[in-house]
Design a protein around this ligand. Structure first.
Ligand SMILES: [Zn+2]
Length: 409
């Protein structure tokens, strides 16, 4: 039997134990203080216990101070497991925190008493992010029990605060630790698709703008005495549509492959029909390919706005609701992407594909610090929903994918 087969069989033998561990983690909800919870300290204790039993060493706990958490801090765990070579480390990072369950009436059971039904575990946090947290831990445990060594050092990273901005999570770790090196492989299994083929390597920049158009209110029967802000704003919306023509580049890494500029939210103006509205507010959601800078887009938008201001004698105030420039992408040829592709092919028999997405993931924090990180997992994307579930076979398969990478040359 090959080492790969031995490890895969050993992982299969953990199936019931992994389900039980999921249920145990679920019973210790790690909701961030910002969302009304107590943080991750208790959940971290359960995880530290498992890490110690499986001879991870050294185990480092980086505590980000947080006076809102009863423990006074938010724990971040870096657990090392020795491989044959220390020339690089294969890191797998998952997050301990969960989002609140939301409306309990929408759940078919207690979100913190996880239950198993037709090959799935249901409960808050079982997919996001416990599925791959448990998978990564038991992938290493398989090596420990089989008496085999991974080809390279393995690092399991368990962070806090992913759901509320990562300031006390990986952001804090990156500025308080030198653990990560350029040659390391960094895998963040916190995004993916049903087939397990999406390897997320890049994001678009996000730009959310609020446009407040100021005209002059008047009676509906005497529009000449006012300035209709709604009409001016409507022409502005049409003008902004030209952004698609001005920034037309395509990048097939992304789906959709173009930058998008969409008018979205609209605030109500006047409550009655017979008033010319003096103020109008709408919003735009732009997702910009990394080939363009947010600044060059903003510049064009300002030009369009001044044109409308002159033409309609209104004032348009632009506010940034969110501006998140894209992190440098991880190249599709990067070793972490290649390693994932090989393992996905071997375990799931599918071709992995490097992909860019429209929104940010926590891997962007690594990329901003100039590390090549890739997001990957096989998930139905039930995160943050009522009746969140984890397909048990995905948890088992993902563990084998990680183990496969630990044994790659
Ligand atoms: Zn997550």
């Amino acid at each position: 039997m090959s080492e790969q087969e031995k490890i895969a069989n050993r992982i299969d033998s953990f199936r019931d134990e992994m389900i039980d561990f999921q249920i145990k983690l679920c019973a210790t909800p790690a909701i961030s203080p910002a969302s009304g919870g107590e943080g991750e300290a208790q959940k971290a204790e359960i995880l530290l216990d498992l890490l110690k039993k499986n001879r991870f060493s050294p185990i480092e706990v980086i505590k980000a101070p947080d006076m809102d958490a009863p423990a006074g801090h938010r724990p971040n765990i870096l657990a090392h497991y020795k491989g044959k070579s220390a020339s690089k480390t294969i890191w797998i990072m998952t997050h301990m925190d969960i989002v609140p369950p939301g409306e309990l009436a929408q759940w078919r059971g207690n979100p913190f008493k996880a239950w198993v039904e037709e090959g799935k575990i249901y409960g808050r946090g079982v997919e996001d992010n416990q599925q791959d947290m448990v998978a990564s831990l038991y992938a290493v445990k398989a090596f420990h029990e089989e008496g085999l060594k991974p080809n390279y050092d393995v690092g399991i990273v368990l962070v806090s605060d992913e759901e509320t901005g990562s300031k006390k999570g990986i952001d804090y770790v990156l500025s308080h630790s030198n653990a990560f090196r350029k040659q390391d492989l960094i895998i963040v299994p916190d995004a993916g698709n049903e087939e397990g083929t999406m390897i997320e390597v890049a994001e678009k920049s996000i730009l959310w703008l609020k446009f407040k158009t100021l005209g002059k209110q008047a009676h509906g029967s005497t529009p000449e005495k006012g300035i209709n802000s709604f009409r001016a704003a409507s022409f502005l919306v049409t003008e902004l549509n030209n952004l698609y023509k001005i920034f037309p580049d395509k990048d097939t890494l992304f789906d959709p492959s173009i930058s998008t500029f969409e008018p979205t939210k609209k605030e109500p103006n006047v409550p009655n029909i017979n008033t010319i509205p003096g103020e109008d507010v709408f919003y735009m959601d732009s997702r910009i390919l990394p080939g363009y800078t947010v600044e060059e887009v903003t510049k064009v938008i300002k030009k369009m706005t001044s044109k409308i201001e002159k033409e309609f004698k209104v004032e348009v105030v632009i506010e940034e609701a969110q501006k998140a420039p894209a992190a440098p992408p991880t190249p599709a040829e990067a070793p972490v992407v290649q390693a994932l592709k090989k393992a996905i092919k071997a375990i799931y028999g599918k071709e992995g594909k490097a992909t860019g997405i429209g929104g940010g993931t926590v891997a962007a924090l690594f990329r901003n610090a100039n590390f090549e990180a890739a997001c990957w997992s096989k998930v139905d994307e039930t995160a943050h929903q009522p009746n969140e579930y984890c397909i048990i076979d995905n948890m088992m398969g993902d563990a084998k994918v990680f183990a496969h990478i630990f044994l790659q040359e």
